[in-house]
Design a protein around this ligand. Structure first.
Ligand SMILES: Nc1ncnc2c1ncn2[C@@H]1O[C@H](COP(=O)(O)OP(=O)(O)OP(=O)(O)O)[C@@H](O)[C@H]1O
Ligand SMILES: [Mg+2]
Length: 287
C-alpha cells in the first residue's frame, strides 16, 4: 500500500476513535518562559484520541519545548495540560513515548536489550534485570516489536553496527514497547536519506493504524507533514518587538485539518505568510 493510501485508510478510522474521546489532550492557556524570554504564549489546543498532529514552524520557535511539556519533562510557566481530563504528571511516564531526531538508544546494549530494558527497568528498578519467566516474557515482547519494525534479524547487533534508519527503527521500538498512548516525535527522520524516510513513513503509518496512538510529530518538511498528519499545527510569533526579541512568544497561528479534502488544506498552506513559508523551506533545505 502506498503512503497516501495507507494514510487515507488510517484516516477513515480516525472519526470513530475521535468520537470516543474528542478532548483527549487539552492545552489550556499554556505559556513557557525562560528568564525574561517568552518562548510560547497563550497556547490553546484540544486533540482527539488517535489524531496525528504534525508541528511545523521556524527554527527556535518552541516546537521542541512544546513536546517536552507534553512529555512532562518540563512544566509550563503558566497554564495547564490535561491528558484524559487529568493534569499531566510532572515527570515522563509510560503513557508517553518519545523519539528524538538524534539517536537516543544505549550504545553499549544490543538491539534486543535496548528494547527489553524498557520493560525490565520499571519492574526491577535496582538491578534493571528480571529473572526467569518475567525475563523471558519481556524478551519475547521485545522480539515481537523488533520484528514489526523490521529489525528481527538484528537482535544481537549493537547500535553502532546499524544504519541511521535502523537506529531510528530501534528508537521507535523502544518507545512502543511501553505501549504509550501518546507518541512524541521530534524530527525523527531529519537525519535520514529521502528513500529511507519514505520507508519510515510507511512503517509509522502502519504502526499508527494498528495501535490507537495519538501522535505529535515535529518536522521541517511540509510534505512529510502532509503525508502523515491528520492535522498540521503551525507555530509562529504573531508579535515582534525589535528592541526586545524575547518579549513575545510563538503561538499556534494555523491549525489545519487534513481530512479527505486535502486540496483545501494545501490551498490553506499556500496562503501562509511569506516569512513563514520561507522559514520552513529554508529550514527544510538546511536539514
Ligand atoms: N531549558 C532552556 N533554557 C533556556 N532557554 C531555552 C531552553 N530550552 C529552549 N530554550 C529556548 O527556547 C527557544 C525555543 O527552543 P526550541 O528548541 O523549543 O525551538 P524549536 O522550535 O524546536 O527549534 P528547532 O526547529 O531549531 O529545533 C530557543 O530560543 C531556545 O534557546
Ligand atoms: Mg526542535
Amino acid at each position: 500500500m502506498s503512503d497516501m493510501n495507507s494514510a487515507a485508510a488510517a484516516r477513515a478510522t480516525l472519526a470513530d476513535r475521535a468520537a470516543c474521546n474528542p478532548s483527549f489532550i487539552e492545552v489550556k492557556n499554556v505559556w513557557q518562559e525562560y528568564g525574561d524570554q517568552v518562548v510560547l504564549e497563550r497556547l490553546n489546543l484540544s486533540v482527539a484520541e488517535g489524531e496525528f498532529c504534525t508541528l511545523v514552524g521556524a527554527s527556535g520557535c518552541g516546537k521542541s519545548t512544546f513536546l517536552r511539556m507534553l512529555l512532562g519533562q518540563e512544566r509550563p510557566s503558566r497554564g495547564q495540560i490535561l491528558l484524559d481530563g487529568q493534569p499531566l504528571a510532572h515527570e515522563p511516564d509510560a503513557s508517553r513515548g518519545v523519539v528524538f531526531q538524534r539517536y537516543s538508544v544505549f550504545p553499549h546494549l544490543s538491539v534486543l536489550n535496548n528494547v527489553a530494558l524498557g520493560l525490565e527497568l520499571p519492574r526491577a528498578p535496582l538491578l534493571g534485570r528480571l529473572f526467569g519467566g518475567a525475563r523471558r516474557e519481556a524478551r519475547e515482547q521485545a522480539r515481537a516489536i523488533l520484528r514489526k519494525v523490521g529489525l528481527g534479524a538484528s537482535l544481537d547487533k549493537y547500535p553502532a553496527q546499524l544504519s541511521g534508519g535502523m537506529q531510528q527503527r530501534l528508537a521507535i521500538a523502544q518507545a512502543l514497547i511501553m505501549k504509550p498512548r501518546v507518541l512524541l516525535l521530534d524530527e525523527p527522520f531529519g537525519a535520514l536519506d529521502p528513500g529511507i524516510r519514505k520507508d519510515m513513513h510507511g512503517l509509522l503509518l502502519e504502526l499508527w493504524h494498528e495501535t490507537r496512538l495519538t501522535v505529535f510529530m515535529v518536522t521541517h518538511d511540509l510534505s512529510e507533514g502532509f503525508t502523515l498528519g491528520t492535522r498540521i499545527l503551525v507555530f509562529d510569533k504573531p508579535r515582534h518587538d525589535p528592541h526586545a526579541p524575547g518579549a513575545f512568544g510563538a503561538r499556534i497561528t494555523y491549525d489545519i485539518p487534513l481530512n479527505e479534502d486535502r486540496r483545501a488544506a494545501r490551498a490553506a498552506v499556500a496562503t501562509l505568510p511569506a516569512h513563514l513559508a520561507g522559514a520552513l523551506n529554508a529550514a527544510h533545505q538546511g536539514a
